[in-house]
Write a protein that binds this ligand. Structure first.
Ligand code: SAJ
Length: 415
């Protein structure tokens, strides 16, 4: 039914999706504005880090099923997986979606299917239909002629976890939101070619909101844990011990406090709901504010600890946004260490076992890149920011005469 499929945007979601579809024997044209990414992929290599992806890309490029290009070409279906960041005061920025949509419009023909996968505010698929119909008055679209439209449009969010993308792309259920039932059915037919999970039919607006809801649910729940950690600091209670006791209740399941919420999804997506319903989305906005405030609370704790020492030396363990990955995007740990560098409270020994050198923002005289054990050995204050597996080998005896700030509860939450 679909002989050729275009995937627009060859990043963390688009490239694995393109490779998995190609591995099912469908010819895939991958499109990206980044010439370096296109050239790398056409050599059977990858420009991002994701387990299992390189071997898959190598295979599908060499069998001729995947080819990358910077120019959109005519195909039977188009799948958009470009970034949707925010701009200004947390307003969604659809510029990449708009330019991908306008590029597709130039090659669109009767019978084609266009699917938006990028995390987007409610109404984005309808907006896409408007852009397409402006550019192609010779074709009809679902907002004009419903089921009789020449072009089918759908929204189908990705929900894969970085590090497990290849597995989750195939195994996870998909929500397929069509602008009409026929649009949804055609999009589901495409996903069925590579998804083993269920493809559940819905409409575009509900599917858009579903993605935002999943990540907001997690953000609100993490905010609850983070707020508890502030309250417990005031009341001199160990929050991790408290949560583990409360979670013994059969209907209580509190998440873990940390130094803040990072990554490109959970710290961003709830704002798309707040932007559309600013007066109503009070809890969702507050959760964002609680989580965004957490790094400052950690910095204040380090400042208070540093004031106790004449010549404080601070070990900062972990920079990534969560455990066991190398991704520093929107990382609260990185933000905290950058601030500590600026405050110049004392020498910083920074350990991050998943990167090979300090990011440029941390290069300074008062900052040294170290392995975790050495950082701890040098330090008077030990600040644990990420619960990497690799830190679990640190001998707790080494901490006995240090001031420890454990933001993840890895060492029982001593502070
Ligand atoms: N975090 C805590 N406490 C917790 C859990 C997480 O502080 O108890 C922090 C993490 O340290 C990290 C942040 O939250 O800084 C986000 O990490 P995460 O593991 O919760 O999520 P992501 O951003 O890696 O991936 C999420 C996933 N969404 C949900 O679990 C609802 C993933 O399924 C989505 O596909 C992804 O966002 C996305 O692309 O939207």
């Amino acid at each position: 039914m679909f002989n050729t499929v275009s995937v627009i945007g060859l990043g963390y979601i688009g490239l694995p999706t393109a490779a998995v579809i190609a591995s099912r024997g469908i010819k895939v044209i991958g499109v990206d504005v980044n010439q370096h990414a296109v050239d790398t992929i056409n050599q059977g290599k990858i420009h991002i880090v994701e387990p299992g992806l390189e071997a898959l890309v190598h295979e599908v490029v060499h069998t001729g099923k995947l080819r990358a290009t910077t120019q959109v070409e005519p195909t039977d279906a188009f799948l958009i997986a470009v970034p949707t960041p925010f701009k200004g005061d947390h307003e969604p920025d659809l510029a990449y979606v708009e330019s991908a949509t306008r590029a597709i419009a130039t090659v669109l023909k009767k019978g084609d299917l266009v699917i938006l996968e990028s995390t987007s505010p409610v109404g984005s698929t309808e907006q896409m239909a408007q852009w397409l119909s402006q550019a192609r008055p010779d074709l009809t679209f679902p907002h004009q002629t419903g089921e009789l439209a020449d072009i089918n449009l759908a929204y189908c969010p990705e929900r894969v976890l970085p590090g497990k993308v290849i597995h989750e792309l195939v195994e996870n259920d998909r929500v397929v939101g069509g602008m009409t039932p026929q649009c949804a059915a055609r999009a589901a037919a495409l996903y069925k070619a590579f998804v083993k999970g269920d493809c559940i039919i819905s409409n575009a607006r509900t599917a858009e909101m579903c993605k935002l809801t999943e990540n907001s649910f997690r953000d609100v729940n993490i905010a609850f844990a983070n707020e508890l950690s502030l309250i417990c600091d005031e009341l001199k209670i160990n929050v991790w011990a408290l949560i583990s006791l409360a979670n013994r209740h059969p209907r209580v399941n509190i998440l873990q406090p940390g130094p803040g919420v990072g990554g490109h999804c959970i710290a961003v997506d709830p704002w798309f709901i707040v932007d559309k319903s600013p007066k109503t989305a009070r809890l969702i906005r507050t959760a964002r504010e609680v989580n965004d405030h957490k790094p400052q609370h950690v910095i204040d704790k380090v400042k208070a600890a540093a004031a106790k020492f004449k010549n404080p030396k601070i070990a900062c363990l972990g920079l990534s946004f969560k455990a066991d990955i190398d991704d520093l995007r929107e990382s609260p740990s990185l933000e905290i260490v950058e601030q500590l560098k600026k405050l110049n409270l004392g020498k910083l020994y920074v350990a991050e076992p998943h990167i090979s050198q300090l990011p440029a923002s941390l290069k300074a005289e008062n900052v040294e890149f170290a392995i975790a054990e050495d950082a701890v050995a040098h330090a008077s204050i030990v600040l644990l920011l990420v619960n990497h597996q690799k830190f679990s080998g640190i001998d707790l005896g080494m901490l006995s005469n240090k001031f420890v700030i454990d933001t993840r509860g890895m060492w029982g939450g001593v502070s």
